[in-house]
Design a protein around this ligand. Structure first.
Ligand code: ATP
Length: 223
């Protein structure tokens, strides 16, 4: 049986311990072989990040350094066009083959917005979706009433509580997995820095050193 691979996309503006614990706990908790961090180049869903693509890439590289379970995937940063997850997964599929189970990691907040993603229906043909229960966000069943009908249908069809389902098929299941509540966000880190406060202990020292050396996030309004 092939061990599933996890993938965490994000702007990582900057990378912080919320991202790292999420990936660590999902990889270990679900017995995956690795987690690939995929920093978004030009994220289509939100305003442009504050740090440059190469700087966000470097912060992820520094933050995951030394963890044998983590890998940096540069493909979205290298692309000149918007980084749609569906295209990244198609690319990965071509590389890894049809049988390799793939798990797309996301926080609960990201899952609630899934129906706005480009060609989102196709995501289920390409990967499983593993939703990390992020602090401060309602559980999936409690909040299900607020989901768009189409996404709720997919959730009802695909929700599983069995981690084995991630190995049985290469894609198509939705699994919710709790992760340690770390109520950290990149927004909070950026606004702290802009206000002259240190985000120490919210992110790896190597990432903080990089931010300070490059003078990142000092002159923004924190949003
Ligand atoms: P921002 O504050 O700029 O919106 P963010 O901290 O939410 O950023 P992203 O790069 O947008 O970070 O997040 C990438 C993924 O990591 C998303 O799926 C998000 O839900 C998840 N995530 C971010 N922070 C946490 C956290 N503290 N705990 C669990 N998941 C998280």
């Amino acid at each position: 049986m092939i061990s599933p691979i996890g993938m965490l996309g994000g702007t990582f503006d900057p990378l912080h311990f919320g991202h790292l614990r999420l990936a660590q706990e999902l990889v270990e908790g679900l017995a995956l072989s690795e987690a690939r961090f995929v920093p978004a180049g030009l994220p289509p869903h939100r305003g442009q990040p504050f740090a440059l693509p190469q700087q966000r890439l470097e912060m992820v590289r520094l933050g995951i350094d030394g963890n044998p379970l983590f890998l940096l995937d540069e493909r979205e940063i290298i692309k000149p066009t918007p980084s749609y997850t569906v295209e990244t997964l198609l690319d990965l599929r071509r590389e890894l083959g049809a049988m390799q189970p793939l798990c797309l990691f996301m926080g609960m907040d990201a899952f609630f917005g899934l129906a706005t993603w480009h060609r989102w229906h196709e995501l289920f043909d390409l990967a499983h979706i593993v939703v990390a229960q992020r602090p401060g966000v309602d559980g999936i069943t409690r909040a299900a009433a607020t989901l768009p009908a189409e996404l709720l249908n997919e959730l009802n069809r695909r929700l599983t509580h069995e981690p084995e389902a991630l190995r049985d098929e290469p894609s198509g299941a939705i699994l919710v997995h709790p992760v340690t509540a770390l109520d950290i966000s990149a927004t909070q880190i950026r606004s702290g820095l802009a206000a002259g406060r240190s985000p120490r202990y919210l992110l790896p020292d190597a990432v903080l050193d990089y931010i300070q050396t490059n003078g990142l996030y000092k002159d923004i309004n924190g949003t």
